[in-house]
Design a protein around this ligand. Structure first.
Ligand code: FAD
Ligand code: NAI
Length: 480
């Protein structure tokens, strides 16, 4: 049977961009409908991205600590081992708790449709989580199925219940991204895998080859390396970490990961990937031409980037009005998608909009974590901008040293004449948390002196950020 809905805003896609936009729009008084084709809410980030990868990163890190680090701290735990199935189950439960939450939030706002109620019955467990609760709380209606825009004010959703039509004043596209395919390679998600396969392997491979030492390659490569796999990352560029990472940070990270056991083949391009016998063979060649060789592995993870969701093209039958997140330009990051979602619906409501694309943080959740915001030294050199550098090593930070996590540093880049902060780069304990203070400073146009003069709690790793700002503005830190 056909159902027709009326809405002020239809948001196609319930990833971090779409679900946050839907909730914000409902909070601003719009009758909002979220359309999602997948059985669970939360998009790439919650289902096969940020959340499951962080569950595996955190737990493999704890295992690694228990096995290799606890003893010298005076903690005796005997023979440490891990149960891979249980680790994967923990990951599944982390995801469930959050994806269910979105639906509950939609429901809370008392506009739940039939599909929503069915969802509730079918996945009671999932509903105990976050997104579902948020939808409920904020009165966001959910319509399940593949959405397509058939007219400037009309969305059709093809789902289990047939076609539902939504007449709407506004449409927001938040359809996300998908893995960039590798020419000539078919993913079986068992031996030739994307990040999605890497999040659900049945066992730890003996030898894993990672193609692309960007964010996914480094994060998921470290998970399996910590769990005992021999991991080799093949990277086209001469540096690791992907776009935007500061060169000095990249080199430091590589050194630390090599010390942990990960291997890198930089300046190397992959020519072909084929299954042979029970394993996989990967033909590689020096990026500048020349040396060719064939590498063997049990599993190859291909992580050479993502691209806007291609099937989405079929929904663009009319001029797009609003679009956010991975499906448009800019860094493919959950927090960028979320913030664009909020700004977009505020704009629809006629409110003033502001989004500073120079103040979007990037984090690589390796150990130690890497976090940065703003310009790298390479960027500033390219721009010919006069800048000064303030650096502070975690080795000289009392908390990091006491915690036995002295690797890494904070580097602050500030304008030579005005002292205004242009970029902050952290590699070290809690780098992914610490970077948020630097983002706040940069968003408010702070000078290095401003941060250096703010009282910071002692003993904390954040004091290293303050000292790096002191070094940038005054030329000398206190503790180094
Ligand atoms: P998505 O999350 O991709 O959501 C799009 C949604 O739209 C999907 O649910 C899809 O089913 C739905 N959809 C598409 N077309 C239609 C249609 N026609 N009708 C109905 N529904 C449709 N980012 C970070 O910031 N931090 C991290 O730690 C991080 N880790 C990651 C780890 C991995 C392994 C991966 C792959 C990505 C990671 N990311 C991370 C990136 C992050 O997941 C994305 O930037 C983010 O999910 C983008 O959000 P989005 O809302 O634009 O799109
Ligand atoms: P990426 O862009 O970070 O890294 C891809 C790497 O592959 C680059 O270093 C590139 O030079 C290399 N490469 C490309 N083609 C190659 C080839 N043929 N041979 C060898 N190397 C090759 O992309 P990645 O890691 O796939 O991640 C995709 C997206 O997901 C990123 O945009 C990232 O923002 C997001 N993501 C974010 C995370 C986070 O915020 N912590 C975690 C995981 C993913």
């Amino acid at each position: 049977y056909a159902t027709t809905h009326e809405a002020d805003l239809v948001v196609i896609g319930s990833g971090p961009g779409g679900y946050v936009a839907a909730i914000k729009a409902a909070q601003l008084g719009m009758k909002t409908i979220s359309v999602e084709k997948d059985p669970t809410l939360g998009g790439t980030c919650l289902n096969v991205g940020c959340i499951p990868s962080k569950a595996l990163l955190h737990n493999s890190h704890l295992y690694h600590m228990a096995k290799h680090d606890f003893k010298h701290r005076g903690i005796e735990v005997g023979n440490v081992s891990f149960n891979f199935d249980a680790m994967m189950k923990y990951k599944v439960n982390s995801v469930k708790a959050l994806t269910g939450g979105i639906a509950m939030l939609f429901q809370k706002n008392k506009l739940a449709c039939d599909a929503m109620m069915k969802y509730k019955v079918n996945s009671v467990k999932a509903l105990t989580g976050g997104i579902a609760m948020l939808f409920q709380k904020n009165k966001v209606q959910l319509v399940r199925g593949v959405g397509s825009i058939v007219a400037p004010n009309k969305v059709e959703v093809k789902g289990d219940k047939g076609v539902e039509t939504i007449n709407t004043k506004n449409i927001l596209i938040a359809t996300g991204s998908e893995v960039t395919p590798f020419p000539g390679v078919t993913f079986d998600e068992k031996q030739i895998i994307t990040s999605t396969g890497a999040l659900s392997l049945p066992s730890v491979p003996k030898k894993m080859l990672v193609i692309g030492a960007g964010v996914i390659g480094l994060e998921l490569g470290s998970v399996y390396q910590r769990l005992g796999a021999e991991v080799v990352a093949v990277e086209f560029l001469e540096s690791i970490g992907g776009v935007g990472i500061d060169g000095e940070v990249s080199k430091t990270l590589q050194k630390i990961l090599v010390k942990e056991g990960m291997k890198f083949k930089l300046g190397t391009k992959v020519m072909g990937v084929r299954k042979e016998g029970s394993g996989v063979k990967v033909d590689v060649e020096a990026a500048k031409g020349g040396n060719k060789e064939t590498l063997d592995c049990d599993v190859v993870l291909i992580s050479i980037g993502r691209r806007p969701y291609q099937d989405a093209e079929q929904i663009y039958k009319v001029d797009i009005i609003y679009a956010i997140g991975d499906c448009i330009h800019g860094p493919m990051l959950a927090h960028k998608a979320e913030d664009e979602g909020i700004v977009c619906v505020e704009g629809i409501k006629g409110m003033p909009v502001h989004f500073n694309y120079d103040a979007i943080p990037s984090v690589i959740y390796t150990s130690p974590e890497v976090g940065w915001v703003g310009k790298s030294e390479e960027d500033l050199k390219k721009e010919g901008r006069a800048y000064k550098v303030g650096k502070f090593p975690f080795l000289a930070n009392s908390r990091a040293k006491t915690n036995g996590e002295p690797d890494g540093f904070v580097k602050v880049l500030a304008d030579k004449a005005t002292d205004v902060i242009l970029g902050t780069h952290i590699i070290g304990p809690g780098g992914g948390e610490l970077i948020n203070e630097a983002v706040l400073a940069q968003e408010y146009g702070a000078a290095a002196e401003d941060v250096a003069r703010v009282c910071h709690a002692h003993p904390t790793c954040a004091e290293a950020l303050r000292e790096a700002n002191l070094a940038a503005y005054f030329g000398k830190p206190i503790n180094f």
